[in-house]
Every structure is written in C-alpha cells, then in structure tokens.
Design a protein around this ligand. Structure first.
Ligand SMILES: [Zn+2]
Length: 298
C-alpha cells in the first residue's frame, strides 16, 4: 500500500486558456493529508471548489470538464487532473486567477514536467483506492463504458468518427507508462468545427501549436504530433483526468468506446448513485505501481 502524496514545493504555470482566450495563472501547492484536490479561485475571494464529481457542471462539460460551486466555475481541468492521476498525487491546492485553466501545449506534459521538477512528497497517511463491486456496463446510444473489478488500472479505448478517423489503444499502468504512452497526446479538433466553436464564443485560445487540426485530407499541422494514434491516446488522457474526480483514485479494467467529458462524468455519478464503488486497501504491493515517480523524502 502506498502513502498519500503531495508536491514537495509549489509550481507555477501560465498561458492562454483554450475557450476564453484569456491568460490564466496557476499555482499548484502542497496540501495536508486527506485534504484532496481543491481548486481555489483567487479572484473570487479564494472560493474553494473541490475536484469532486458532485461539483461537475453537466451543461458546461461538453468540450471540457467544468467544476461549479455557488455559481463560480473552473473550466478545462481535465489535462491537469490527468497529470495528477498519472503522477499519483492525492492532496493539492490549485490556485487559479480566473474561470479556466491554461491549455499550454494541449497535453498533460507541461504539468507532469512541473511535478517532476518539484518532486513528490510522501505523506504520513496511507492511500486507499476504489474499484467496483461487480462488472458494470454503462451505455448511452453508441457511447459505452465497461469496468471490471481489478487492482490495476487499465483502459482500452476506441474512437470512431465515420470513415475519417478510427483508432483504438490499450493502456495499462502495469505495462505502460503514463508519461511515455499518454501524457504527450495533444487535444484535437476537426477544421470544420473550429468556426462553429468560435461563433459560439469557444476555442478563442486554440492555435496550430496547442491542438491537432484534422482537415478533409488529414492532419493540417502534423509537426506537433507525437504519436501516430495520438487521438485515441488523448481520449485516454482525458478519461484518466475525468475519473480522478472522486476522493480516492479509481482502479479497474475499463473498456470505453466513443466517450466524452460529460459522458465520463455521468458514468462516475452512476457508480456513486448505485453504490457500486468499493474501497480497497491497495493495488497489490508493486504490480500496478511500476514506474511510480520517485518521491522525495522530507
Ligand atoms: Zn483533452
């Protein structure tokens, strides 16, 4: 069983926000054991918004995942939450000076690099996990998530956008590594959707550097691509962020097809409502945690 983890010291990132186009400043600070992940809106009287599923705004979580408390929002949290899941962090205070996180390069790598440079601090309390009490299948039309109980976290994901784009990928923390296999995968969009998003007041901070753009004849800006099957890997990145919105990490054997932020969130709410989550003491000693980033003892 592993100990809870926070950062050894604060990290600071800033950049343009994808949807609002405004510059956002983020400070990610160490936090005490059992305090969880909390966003703090420094421009709203330091209002704290816990990164928990019951604060997810369904109507504002179509193109990104958005938290809400008392009418105050924090939008586009998923790439940071994914890095938190992939770096095994449990307690953090995340200060943000506006309603949306910066998009950075469209992946989780800038967060992961910041975490690595600060180092992880192992805390005094143990961390437990959730898995499910039985096989659960959750479906809405063509969207599907299946989870089998397991002490490991693995995700098999498939996406299909007609004949233009079909990919699938299987990621396992036992065999793979978040940093090498998932964290570099950038967000993507179709060229024809950009105008629609911008006329709806969205994607004002999108650029050729922070999103892979797919035109009728393929990718328009392939030089920013890391993986040939980057799109499905990015969906796994988003999924790993979206399932980190519980008070403990969730493990299991997942298979997902055609998911999206709002659907991922409804799945998590369904697990809670139907009382399908069971706490487990630990994923078996070592196996799922091969590649656990080195903690710096303090
Ligand atoms: Zn994303």
């Amino acid at each position: 069983m592993r100990n809870q983890r926070t950062l050894k010291k604060a990290v600071h990132l800033n950049g343009v926000s994808l949807h609002s186009g405004k510059i956002a400043q983020v400070r990610i600070l160490p936090a005490p054991p059992d305090s969880g992940i909390q966003f703090i809106r420094t421009d709203q009287g330091n209002l704290r918004i816990p990164a928990l599923i019951h604060h997810v705004s369904q109507e504002k979580s179509v193109l990104s995942t958005t938290l809400e408390k008392e009418g105050v929002f924090v939008q586009t949290i998923e790439h940071l939450m994914s890095a938190i899941n992939g770096f095994y962090l449990d307690n953090l205070n995340i200060e943000i000076d506006g309603p949306e996180l910066p998009i950075l390069d469209g992946s989780s790598i800038p967060y992961l690099q910041a975490f690595r440079s600060a180092g992880a601090h192992e805390q005094s309390l143990k961390q437990s996990f959730y898995t499910v009490s039985k096989v659960v299948e959750f479906e809405e039309g063509e969207k599907k998530i299946r989870i089998e109980p397991s002490q490991e976290l693995s995700v098999e994901y498939s996406i299909s956008f007609g004949s233009r784009l079909q990919q699938s990928f299987r990621f396992s923390l036992r065999k793979g590594d978040f940093e090498s296999d998932i964290a570099h995968a950038k967000t993507f969009c179709f060229l024809e959707d950009i105008e629609k998003m911008q006329s709806a007041g969205l994607a004002k901070g999108g650029s050729m550097d922070n999103a892979i753009i797919i035109g009728q004849d393929g990718v328009i800006n392939p030089s920013i691509q890391t993986y040939q099957d980057e799109f499905v890997r990015h969906k796994i990145l988003d999924f790993l962020g979206d399932i980190r919105l519980l008070n403990k990490p969730l493990v299991g054997r997942f298979s997902v097809s055609r998911g999206g932020h709002a659907f991922h969130s409804r799945f998590l709410s369904f697990l809670l409502e139907k009382d399908l989550l069971v706490p487990i003491e630990s994923p078996n000693n070592v196996s799922p945690w091969i590649g656990l980033p080195v903690a710096v003892p303090v």
